[in-house]
Design a binder for this molecule. Structure first.
Ligand code: SF4
Length: 512
């Protein structure tokens, strides 16, 4: 995340990385500096506190002189925190409660006081004629009450529905709204934004105080906001103001992503072809048609395609500028020449390039290329520590993949290079999790750098029969509070520590 270093004014700990992503912890009070010409930034933030304990993390944003700009409750996974400031310059962010990893995780000595976790910042510029575009009235179509002002700031009340006009060239609107009704009564109020064709482009449950959110509106002449309820000041404060109101609009910024700012992370699926046919049992995107009971044919060979050349050419300039470039999706990246091209034409000193593979094509020629191209990271999915389990879950090819991985590790050793970092991955399911400790033994035997345990992602259910295994997707989810599962994974981590193999579980709250 070095590209954002200059924006982090105060209160951020140094960058950390696990090879897959980069993040920085924010202290409970921190600030960022919006560069000149930039009036908004979208921060990708998450709250480990919430993921681990369920306690929410409240974030308050303030501009110069402490003027409140917004507030947001973080509920765990990465989401966007939009900060807008008409003045540009420094934006203060305070999060509460402060917490330390040592308070939450067993055997953790980390006593730093933390707030949210920052995964990246996208800077957003106001449109070139931002002065006129940042005036509230320029955006207000039917449905808004006349703009009010106390001299210091302007606002407009919305009724049950209202139109926001989208100026030419604007790709997104960052709006700040407040709902005094929610604050006073705790009743819920939701705002839905729809494009001219009826598609929902944003939806937001409001908490009361000023908060900001982004409405995507590229190519749209206007968006329609609809409130789930209206209220009258007279109902709450007494008096005779019987207007039907919903939210109070404080600011609107029309934004374009500036071409001068590079994405911090870019993930691109270069092919959907795969050389494991029929697909792995848990590969839900590549399964064949289902019958009415959800049975899918385990023999089905799904078609796949490489990314069309014109599309690749169109996005390549953006790929080249990314800080982290992930060259994978559902298919096998080593099947497409676009992987080679991407690695050859991107600069390893600027971009961290990584991909997932099934390992079947990690032959001598490809390994030589990956090392010569200074590829940083290759993660091979095995999902099994034994050939028997591999055949049931993924199919044929175990001896080839194990030989390839051993050879790849030896090549690196002989050439005295540390790249690419090689990981093996196990998607934990009921059928295979007992092999987790043996998976660490396997990693040690073949000499890889890292082991990753991930979990089965929720998907539409299906079932099939494969090599004596009746595999129903929904039966394979793991209950992470299950004692047998936790003990098994703890044993795997113990072995990883004993052998000096970096072991990562992408399973929230696993040892909490
Ligand atoms: S190797 Fe990957 S893309 Fe191919 S079938 Fe298995 S999970 Fe799906």
């Amino acid at each position: 995340m070095g590209g954002v270093g200059g924006l982090l004014a105060t209160g951020f700990y140094p960058e950390e990385t696990d090879g897959k992503g980069i993040w920085q912890w924010a202290e409970p009070r921190c600030s960022i500096e919006l560069p000149s010409g930039c009036t908004a930034a979208s921060l990708r933030v998450s709250s480990l506190l919430t993921l681990a304990t369920g306690r929410t993390l409240k974030v308050r944003i303030a501009g110069a002189g402490g003027r409140p700009l917004g507030e947001k409750i973080l509920d765990g996974p990465p989401e966007c925190l939009v900060v807008t400031s008409a003045e540009g310059g420094r934006v203060e962010i305070a999060s509460a409660p402060a917490w330390s990893p040592c308070e939450i995780f067993e055997n953790n000595a980390d006593q730093r006081r933390l707030g949210f976790c920052l995964h990246g910042i996208d800077l957003l510029e106001a449109n070139a004629s931002r002065r006129s575009f940042s005036r509230l009235a320029d955006y207000l179509g039917p449905g808004w009450l006349p703009v009010e002002s106390d001299g210091a700031s302007d606002w407009a009340w919305m009724g049950a529905s209202a139109i926001l006009v989208v100026p030419e060239g604007v790709r997104a609107l960052a709006i700040s709204v407040a709902s005094p009704h929610v604050e006073k009564t705790s009743q819920q109020l939701e705002i839905t934004a729809t494009a001219a064709g009826g598609a929902v482009v944003a939806r937001r449950l409001l908490g009361g105080p000023v908060e900001s959110f982004v409405i995507r509106c590229e190519g749209e002449p206007f968006v329609t906001l609809v409130a789930s309820r209206t209220w009258s000041p007279s109902e709450i404060y007494g008096g005779d103001d019987n207007r039907k109101l919903s939210v109070c609009l404080h600011s609107v910024f029309g934004m374009q992503t500036s071409s001068t700012f590079a994405p911090l992370s870019f993930e691109v699926e270069l092919t959907t072809r795969c050389n494991i046919n029929p697909p792995c049992v848990q590969c839900y995107p590549r399964q064949g048609p289902k019958d009415t009971e959800g049975r899918t044919d385990g023999e089905y060979i799904p078609p796949g395609l490489d990314m069309p050349r014109p599309l690749f050419d169109k996005i390549f300039p953006t790929m080249q500028k990314a800080r982290v470039l992930s060259l994978h999706g559902v298919g096998e990246p080593l099947l497409t020449p676009l992987l080679r091209e991407s690695l050859e034409k991107t600069d390893p000193s600027l971009t961290y390039r990584q991909f997932n593979s099934n390992g079947l094509l990690l032959n001598q020629r490809n390994c030589e290329f990956l090392i010569a191209a200074r590829t940083q990271y290759c993660n091979v999915s095995l999902d099994a520590a034994s050939e028997e389990m591999f055949r049931a879950v993924r199919g044929e090819g175990w001896p080839i993949i194990i030989r390839n991985l051993k050879h790849f590790s030896e090549m690196k050793h002989q050439m005295q290079v540390s790249h690419p970092l090689i990981a093996i991955n196990m998607t934990l399911m009921k059928v295979n999790y007992r092999e987790a400790p043996a998976f660490i033994e396997l990693a040690r035997e073949i000499g890889v750098d890292r082991v990753i345990f991930s979990k089965l992602e929720p998907a539409d259910d299906y079932f099939m029969e494969r090599k004596g295994l009746l595999f129903r997707y929904s039966d394979q989810y793991i209950d992470i509070s299950d004692t047998s599962f936790r003990d098994t994974l703890k044993e795997a981590f113990r072995l990883g520590a004993e052998y000096g193999i970096e072991t990562i579980a992408i399973v929230p709250n696993i040892f909490g």
